[in-house]
Design a protein around this ligand. Structure first.
Ligand SMILES: *Cc1c(COP(=O)(O)O)cnc(C)c1O
Length: 385
């Protein structure tokens, strides 16, 4: 018999009842170290007092009002996000897929508004993941996400990962832009070469097309910087953000530079829940915590500690671990055997990880994870080895 909640997820059979810091607790009282963080969502773990306080305080003031009004929460957070980033303006929505969808629309609309409506095709990459809307699955590299859903969105040219020549070949007079995740998440924690990203930026400038970075998973503090593209020293024209931005409160954002934002007319896009004051208030606190002096260095230090520990385990257990990869606190463990079976064993041992559609296990703890917690996770992995 079917469950009342649609059985479209591969569930573990565990029911989670509480979260505190980097730990989750199930219905039997068993505790787990959470190295999935809701798939890169809980940037500051569970029940962070500053986030709880921000949510409570906003809940007592104003939950929601339509986008025909400004709210102090929207004015404050949009200002803060723009000040902290490459962007000059930002559109808010409630999920990553919506943030990508908006970016795809803005990318095309930009050319329409600037006299080149024939520029509507977008170059994407094998292994890419961009959410579950028709735009997202059409852009993404996963055929199984498209199966059975009929007519897709037209206009995507998918090319090989990290291949500049393939991108150059794919560019035509109809190309509007290039969409990529600087570090692919679902595609198996694969980082594009920094030199490749710089070449892509230069290519976009030369061809008069736009670069959109999907930073929904790899961005927002996880790479030890606000965005993963910063590692290459480049700036995109559009970036989609979600997951970590709300620390667990549903929020997505599409960030744009002035030249893109300035041509989008009123009424061209929208979202009822976009800029919801509860989301704005929590995200403001997430950003405050993230921009505190030394925080990105902490992410980098913890990421390096975890990666070094994993590399040591890989060296002593070459029959089990084939590779360790990733950036900051977005790490991938490539097992020689089945990643899902390994994830199940780790869960039994009290460590939550995040499988991908490829045979790679993601380790993405809360960004405020401590050295002790990193060591505890490594111990649990060693026990399973
Ligand atoms: C998770 C993800 C999305 C989709 O986000 P949702 O909030 O699930 O809609 C889009 N792009 C990337 C890179 C992601 O990792």
């Amino acid at each position: 018999m079917i469950t009342p909640y649609l059985p479209i997820y591969r569930r573990t059979g565990v029911t989670i009842t509480r979260g505190q810091g980097c730990y989750l607790e199930d219905s039997s009282g068993k505790r787990y170290l959470d190295f999935a963080a809701g798939i890169g969502v809980n940037s500051f773990g569970h029940g962070h007092p500053a986030l709880v306080a921000a949510l409570k305080s906003q809940a007592e003031t104003l939950w929601h009002c339509s986008n025909q009004f400004l709210t102090p929460a929207l004015e404050k957070f949009s200002h803060a996000l723009v000040a902290a980033s490459f962007a000059d303006s930002v559109f808010f929505c409630s999920s990553g897929a919506e943030a990508v969808e908006a970016g795809i629309k803005f990318l095309r609309r930009y050319h329409y508004e600037t006299g080149a409506p024939y520029r509507h095709r977008i170059i994407t990459f094998e292994g890419g993941f961009h959410g579950r809307t028709y735009g997202g699955i059409s852009a993404g590299g996963n055929d199984s996400a498209r199966a059975g859903f009929g007519q897709l969105l037209n206009g995507f040219d998918r090319v090989a990962f990290n291949d500049v020549a393939a991108v150059e070949r794919a560019i035509s007079k109809n190309t509007a832009g290039i969409l990529l995740e600087p570090v692919q998440g679902e595609g198996g924690v694969r980082a594009f070469d920094l030199a490749f990203l710089r070449q892509i930026r230069a290519l976009c400038d030369r061809e008069g097309i736009l670069l959109m970075c999907d930073e929904v998973q790899c961005g927002y503090g996880r790479p030890g910087a606000l965005f993963a593209f910063e590692r290459a020293g480049i700036v995109p024209d559009i970036a989609s953000v979600a997951k970590g931005i709300g620390g667990g409160f549903p929020l997505g954002a599409t960030l744009v530079t002035e030249r893109v934002g300035a041509v989008l007319p009123a009424g061209s896009h929208g979202s009822t829940y976009g800029s919801n004051p509860l989301a704005m208030a929590v995200a403001q606190e997430v950003l405050n915590l993230m921009l505190a002096p030394g925080f990105f260095a902490h992410v980098e230090t913890m990421g390096a500690r975890l990666k070094a520990g994993l590399a040591a385990l890989a060296a002593t257990h070459p029959a089990v671990i084939a590779d360790i990869r990733g950036v900051g606190l977005m790490l991938g463990l490539v097992p020689t055997g089945d990643a899902r079976a390994l994830a199940a064993k780790l869960l039994e041992q009290g460590l939550v990880t995040a499988p991908t559609v490829t045979n790679v296990l993601r380790l993405m703890p809360p960004l405020n994870v401590s050295a002790e917690e990193v060591d505890e996770a490594l111990q649990k992995i060693a026990q399973v080895m």
